[in-house]
Ligand binder design. Structure first.
Ligand SMILES: [Zn+2]
Length: 307
């Protein structure tokens, strides 16, 4: 998995930072990309990346402030401009109201989509998605309006089968290998083959937590517990905690405190106020690193591998 930031600014676009959008690229794991928030001009930012819009199969919205959702109607419409056999359905998760916002925008602009949107409006904490390989949990943060954080959990996968060891032990290559891989004890030619002797340790899945706008809150610590990566907003520098509280946001230090309390590995900060440019960004990095060393302030189009 990789994470790529399409917008890292707070409130409104600036010359150096677009409004919020984050792509969680899961191409190796499930040939999909999940988008978290979709600020205005997210689709323009996507043009500067390798991301194909049809690969975006899920969008998770944290809250209904404009800098997190104004890119939706445009992106969803443009996603429809591709040949009909490339149209893939899309799941859209977010607070109650997101369906009305999207459908109204599409209806009034006369936009018709070549694919289906499945809306999942969320009004409480809990598990919102699960399949064979991933789970997604959400919980309520502490912002000025209803705002969600998301915890994406990759399930552990069965370890590698040691095929050579099996062959040497006398099991001919074939369907019995599959049974052992599934965890069944196999008898062959008077011998017993136990999966635990031939399958390596489980591959531990990654945990990625992406939060919407929030004051420092225990919910954030729970959502980020032992995560490989936490993406946390840091709208203000450490000395502006009063301002952060008044506007429902966090400082660099508060975000780093959450990362430390939750025992996360990597912290990436986003939603940076436009007042911080040039060397001032370095100050933000230093403030956060003083609390949680493995921290970085993301910039637009920045990408890194998770774990
Ligand atoms: Zn907000």
């Amino acid at each position: 998995m990789e994470i790529q930031f399409l917008g890292t600014g707070a409130g409104q676009p600036s010359k150096s930072r677009n409004t919020q959008a984050i792509a969680l690229k899961m191409l190796d794991e499930r040939n999909e990309i999940w988008l978290f928030d979709c600020g205005e001009a997210s689709q323009h930012q996507i043009l500067n990346t390798a991301i194909k819009p049809r690969k975006i199969t899920k969008i998770f919205i944290t809250h209904l402030h404009g800098d997190h959702i104004f890119g939706l109607p445009g992106f969803l419409s443009s996603r429809s401009f591709q040949s009909s056999d490339e149209q893939t359905d899309l799941d859209l998760y977010g607070p109650v109201g997101i369906k009305e916002f999207v459908l109204t925008g599409l209806r009034i602009s006369g936009s018709r989509l070549g694919y289906r949107i499945n809306f999942h409006e969320i009004d409480s904490a809990g598990k919102i998605f699960e399949d064979d390989s991933f789970e997604v949990y959400t919980d309520l943060l502490d912002h000025t309006i209803f705002c969600l954080g998301y915890r994406v959990v990759e399930k552990n996968r069965v370890g590698e089968l040691d095929a050579n060891a099996l062959k040497e032990a006398g099991l001919p290559f074939g369907p019995l290998f599959g049974k052992i891989k599934k965890g069944e004890v196999v008898a062959y030619d008077g011998k017993t083959f136990d999966p635990k002797d031939y399958i390596g340790a489980d591959k531990v899945g990654k945990i990625v937590t992406i939060l919407g706008d929030t004051r420092k809150t225990k919910t954030a610590v729970r959502l980020a517990w032992q995560a490989d990566l936490l993406v946390h907003e840091a709208t203000y520098e450490a000395s502006e905690s009063k301002m952060a509280r008044a506007h429902g946001h966090s400082t660099t230090k508060q975000a780093a405190d959450v990362a430390k309390e939750a025992g996360v590995n990597r912290l990436l900060l986003t939603h940076i106020s436009a007042r911080y440019v040039g060397p001032l960004v370095g100050q933000l990095v230093r403030e956060a690193q003083a609390v949680h060393a493995n921290t970085f302030v993301a910039k637009d189009l920045y990408e890194e591998k998770i774990g």
